[in-house]
Design a protein around this ligand. Structure first.
Ligand SMILES: [Zn+2]
Length: 317
């Protein structure tokens, strides 16, 4: 499938469209959560470009590294009239009764429905680049079918590629590869090339990965020695001078890398031991709980501490 570009509107807690209260709203530079009730959820795919925004400004641009899915139950507020199919209901600040639906019904308390849904987590922290000089109106101009109500919308691919363009070439092997063509066209790439590209993106920047392999060529968690599926994970996704220093890196088996990206495990900074959250603990990863990292290089205490705090704050929610 051809590469596309999307805008993701980061939903804030005070946003009327915000359904849950899961505390992930502050993480828009790493990943974006949406579910099967959101328009375009079927079209967004790994390798697509995302432009992350909130309601007022454009925040950053990146490439989707991986999309994780899980089934979930969504709490949805509906019009209190049983036979009303209104898509939207809105609370009002001053008028009583508080709620009003699209069809004009007014009521004090919405009817609560629990519906099965699929939740998607698109991860793009690895290549995230902050943007400060693009306005929402520019974004709107580059959104052919703009609709202010939608949180995921398709944007002009060429424009998005240009925004991505100033990511340093050594960060994205992919960009260097494409530098020969004026307009990268994934349409003409055969599937094999796309798969290779995704593996390459996933494995991480080559020099960074090579340094980690040289230090100790095994997965820091599982001890897996199959180099083909070992990936260079950044502990801190933020791009600073030491971003590609191995003190900011771990070599991880691909599935462990995904768990790390999703903050489903972390490293206890004082002991370098592995701590898992409930999901992986209950689903086949329990043997790694409490084990020490299998590394021969020193990792930065301060970046571990940041991840550790994040891990614990997400666990409490
Ligand atoms: Zn209604």
């Amino acid at each position: 499938m051809a590469q596309q570009a999307w805008s993701f509107k980061a939903i804030e807690q005070d946003d009327l469209r915000y359904w849950g209260n899961d505390g992930y709203h502050d993480n828009s530079s790493v990943f974006y959560r949406y579910d099967s009730f959101v328009a375009n959820h079927k079209n967004v795919k790994e390798g697509d470009i995302v432009i992350v925004t909130n309601r007022d400004s454009v925040l950053g641009v990146s490439i989707i590294d991986i999309i994780a899915t899980q089934s979930t139950i969504k709490k949805r507020n509906k019009c209190s009239h049983l036979d009303c199919n209104a898509k939207k209901i809105l609370p009002r600040k001053t008028i009583k009764p508080e709620w009003r639906c699209d069809n004009g019904h007014q009521f004090d308390v919405p009817r609560v429905l629990f519906e099965p849904a699929v939740e998607f987590i698109a991860n793009y922290g690895e290549y995230y680049k902050e943007i400060t000089d693009i306005s929402i109106s520019q974004l709107i101009t580059e959104t052919p079918r703009y609709n202010g109500q939608m949180s995921i919308q398709e944007v002009n691919l060429q424009w998005a590629i240009e925004l991505l363009g100033s990511i340093p070439a050594d960060v994205l092997d992919l960009k260097a590869e494409e530098a020969d063509n004026d307009i990268p066209n994934l349409m003409t790439d055969d599937l094999r090339k796309i798969v290779e590209r995704q593996i390459k993106q996933r494995r991480g920047q080559q020099k960074f990965r090579d340094k980690l392999l040289k230090s100790n060529p095994i997965c820091a968690v599982t001890g897996c020695e199959l180099v083909d599926i070992l990936e260079a994970a950044h502990i801190d996704a933020y791009r600073n001078d030491s971003h590609n220093h191995i003190s900011n890196g771990l070599l991880l088996r691909s599935d462990i890398h995904t768990l790390f990206d999703l903050h489903l495990f972390a490293i206890e900074p004082e002991t370098n031991s592995i701590r898992l959250s409930t999901g992986p603990l209950q689903h086949g990863y329990q043997q790694f709980e409490g084990a020490n990292l299998k590394i021969k290089h020193k990792i930065s205490h301060s970046v571990l501490l940041e991840r550790w705090k994040k891990f614990n704050s997400l666990k409490e929610k």
